[in-house]
Design a protein around this ligand. Sequence first.
Ligand SMILES: Cc1cc2nc3c(=O)[nH]c(=O)nc-3n(C[C@H](O)[C@H](O)[C@H](O)COP(=O)(O)OP(=O)(O)OC[C@H]3O[C@@H](n4cnc5c(N)ncnc54)[C@H](O)[C@@H]3O)c2cc1C
Length: 424
Amino acid sequence: MWQRGAVTASAPIEVDLALLGGGGAASLLLAALDRHGVRDLRIAVVDPVRRRGQDRTWAFWGHPDSDLDPLLSASWQQVEVTTPARRRVLDLAPLRYAMLRSGPLYDRAAEAERRLGAIRIVAPAASVVDDATRVVVRTGDGGIVRADWVLDSRPRPPARPGRTTWLQHFRGWWLESDRPAFDPARAVLMDFRTPQPARGVSFGYVLPVSDRHALVEYTEFSPALLTDAGYDTALAGYRDLLGLDPAGLRVREVENGVIPMTDAPFPARPSPRVARLGTAGGATRPSTGFTFSAMYRQADQVARALAAGRPPVPEPAYPRRHRWMDAVALRALDRGGVGGPDFFDRLFDRNPAERVLRFLDGVTTPVEEVAIMNSTRLLPMIAATAGDAAHRVRDRLRPARPAPAIPAAVVGGPPIVGRGSAAR
Ligand SMILES: Cc1cc2nc3c(=O)[nH]c(=O)nc-3n(C[C@H](O)[C@H](O)[C@H](O)COP(=O)(O)OP(=O)(O)OC[C@H]3O[C@@H](n4cnc5c(N)ncnc54)[C@H](O)[C@@H]3O)c2cc1C
């Protein structure tokens, strides 16, 4: 279904830029194009779903005073990282940790879309053919879009299986408390006191927006999802660990998610005039699942390029050496050489918080990265490095195999906690 401009479903439409997928990456890009004053560009956005409202909450760190500041639900200068051994409060200056709910970003993108005069096509992109001068996109409603450039953020599995394939999977409850229960001055970034899975890492976290209202999540980095009841049990356990009284709590919303954590490749440039963005383009950091900062950075790069009349192709989301370090770290965690809480304990103990966070965003210098690597346990890391090298050689000799699809999140009914619950 075409939604702007005098075109019918069967008339091919000519644009300078087609965005396939209108989720997080595309929303940040539309906002960046608007911010950089890009005008007179013919844009089409193709997505079977017009994203609106609260379907996810993004937490990320960065410098204050970005254009996103007015959209934030909360931000914190201090965060806690807690292990069974100790609780540390980290001052993030000059950075800050921030929470952006999807609704305000989707609204901002819709406003940008209007100002840019973009055409919205509410249908899936079915096929994409790039002849190196133009790209022809056929949509599920029988339409055709011809574009100079395509930026594709449709979810897709990696090009081949990873050497380590984990998932970051989680459930969060938006909790409302009868009485003050949270410290709005401080977020809990990672709390490893949760029972650790046999293979993988688990932690809880708390993102308070006021003293009575917070997002409390249980997260696992591990190979397989839990059941619906498994997430509720783990989250109830974490709520109890925090000392929250269920009798005075209501679950206002439930948030579920699955994010790939793998060293499998997500090719960012499948053909000359197509670039991939978002998770599909490798913006998800394999060792943490954090994606938002890389998407924001790449949106800015693309908008600057278009404003300067250059091709809309962003730099790789992370430097190659970071992807290698992540592959080694994931392997060490997966093969049991390194324990998750111990790994993060040492990282935050031996480095300024700001360096660790910039490292996780992929923007540290090689000298800083040596310091980061020196804070991990040497022997398991050497073993993981050797194992990774041997696995790469084996992969080259083996015939190519398809990668498994990234599973959908487990979505259940309303949880039974506290006095009342209102799950989405
Ligand atoms: C619940 C949740 C919470 C998250 N929280 C964080 C966080 O706190 N911090 C962080 O850094 N990262 C987080 N992430 C990871 C990441 O930032 C998000 O997944 C982000 O939305 C990824 O953006 P994207 O554009 O790659 O994918 P999406 O936002 O999923 O957008 C993909 C779009 O493609 C569309 N689409 C699908 N098929 C087609 C088709 N055939 N044709 C056209 N369009 C199609 C979909 O409808 C969708 O709109 C979270 C992820 C989830 C799921």
